[in-house]
Design a protein around this ligand. Structure first.
Ligand code: F0G
Length: 405
């Protein structure tokens, strides 16, 4: 396995464990190139299922269980037993959205209550392997919490750059609980990321999703989802889009599984952004070839309040390869969909509810058939943003008095 520049004309290659963040020749993003798999798909499918009965930490992880498709050479992995997240039927939500077959893949049911853990287990394993002492990220909150947890497990120092006044207190509390050093940035997530990228601290190992190892872990969401569907692709996979790492990872998984003979058809990937933070949706609608940043992104779904997504080229490639599309939804639509997911006894944070909001919009516009098989990805747990719930559902002063604060 090795690293390769995503620009097909450049296609520079680097050693797998090179610490570079971008291509040394053209500055584009890097990706891990997985070696051709020699085992037959049916045999690997059986092996992966058998591993679920094992207590070996590498088998118990819903990421490392699929390790034939992961970077290798590690003597130790940093894991918290991430993954193995069920597909949950949308009962009331499917009726509300106007489809017969809706399931949620709830990645909020992970150790730090967010999908970031699936990437961090690989990213922090790699950081420890290359001898990093300090790991860092800019974050709207969830990456910070997850990085802090995995860094703590590995005995590394975690530094997290957070946009002041824009992070839910639940996520900040997690980062603090796991011992992270918090740097407040006066500005947006995009500014925090710029600041971190220009940091002079050469010892800091960078763990935002432009780190290709993060995406290797997140890619396993598609492996696990397809295993749960007996390797029959659904019609649509709907995923929220912020910095666009997750959609990039899903696309990479689908390409790799298809070329290794695991799938005969692909699901269409639908990436959903919030209206006030929608650079990729704008690009998609306009047919432009460049993703123009949104200068002052605004949305109540603070996790995806991002104006300048770094992985847009990888995400666009994923959408195009799967014949998918990009769209956006309003904060009102997000809030309504989030409340519905709560009524289904599932719950999620606002950014995750973009998926159900998008589905309802698509069925209203007759862009998705009622009998389509749809998987909506829920990225974060309801308890990630309790202020949002209390603000929207607890208007009565009398009820607010129930809280101990
Ligand atoms: N959903 C949640 C709950 C998130 O926290 C994020 C990103 C996304 C969706 C979007 O994922 O960036 O891969 O497109 N949160 C990052 C953070 C930016 O810092 O926690 P993406």
């Amino acid at each position: 396995m090795h690293l390769r520049c995503i620009d097909t004309e450049c296609a520079a290659t680097l050693d797998l464990h090179d610490r570079g963040l971008g291509c040394p020749q053209c500055g584009e993003l890097l990706e891990v190139v997985v070696d051709a798999i020699s085992a037959a798909p049916d045999q690997l499918k059986r092996t992966w299922l058998q591993r679920k009965c094992s207590y070996d930490p590498r088998d118990a992880s819903g990421v490392w269980r699929f390790r034939e498709f992961l970077p290798n050479g590690y003597s130790e992995i940093v894991t918290l037993g991430e993954g193995n997240n069920p597909l949950v039927d949308g009962i009331r939500t499917s009726k509300w959205a106007g489809v017969g077959n809706l399931k949620f893949k709830h990645l909020g049911w992970n150790p730090s209550a967010c999908f970031k853990d699936l990437g961090m287990t690989v990213g922090v394993t790699e950081a420890a392997f290359v001898g990093a002492q300090v790991v860092g990220c800019a974050s709207t909150g969830n990456t910070a919490a997850s990085l802090a947890a995995y860094a703590a497990r590995a005995g590394l120092i975690a530094k997290v750059y957070l946009p002041a006044g824009q992070v839910s207190s639940n996520k900040l509390a997690q980062a603090l609980d796991f011992g992270a050093e918090v740097v407040q940035v006066d500005g947006s997530f995009d500014l925090a990321l710029d600041q971190l990228l220009h940091t002079t601290d050469r010892d800091l190992y960078f763990l935002n999703s432009i780190n290709p190892f993060r995406l290797e872990g997140q890619k396993m969401v598609m492996f696990e989802m397809l295993e749960q569907l007996d390797w029959k692709a659904p019609d649509y996979v709907i995923v929220p889009g912020g910095n666009l790492g997750n959609s990039s990872a899903f696309g990479k998984a689908l390409v790799e599984l298809q070329s290794a003979g695991f799938l005969d058809r692909l699901p269409r990937l639908v990436v959903v952004q919030a209206e006030g933070a929608n650079p990729l949706a704008q690009m998609w609608r306009s047919g432009s070839t460049e993703c123009e940043p949104v200068e002052s992104p605004e949305t109540l779904a603070t996790a995806i309040r991002i104006g300048n997504p770094r992985s847009w080229k990888k995400a666009l490639r994923a959408v195009q390869h799967t014949d998918g599309f990009v769209m956006d939804v309003s904060d009102e639509e997000i809030a309504e969909a989030k409340a519905m997911i709560g009524r289904d006894g599932i719950g999620c944070e606002p950014a995750s509810a973009t998926t159900l909001a998008a589905l309802r919009k698509l069925t209203d516009q007759r862009k998705i058939d009622r009998d389509a098989v749809v998987i909506a990805i829920l990225t974060g747990h309801a308890l990630k943003d309790t202020e949002f719930i209390l603000r929207s559902l607890c208007p009565e002063p009398a009820l607010q008095g129930v809280c101990c604060a």
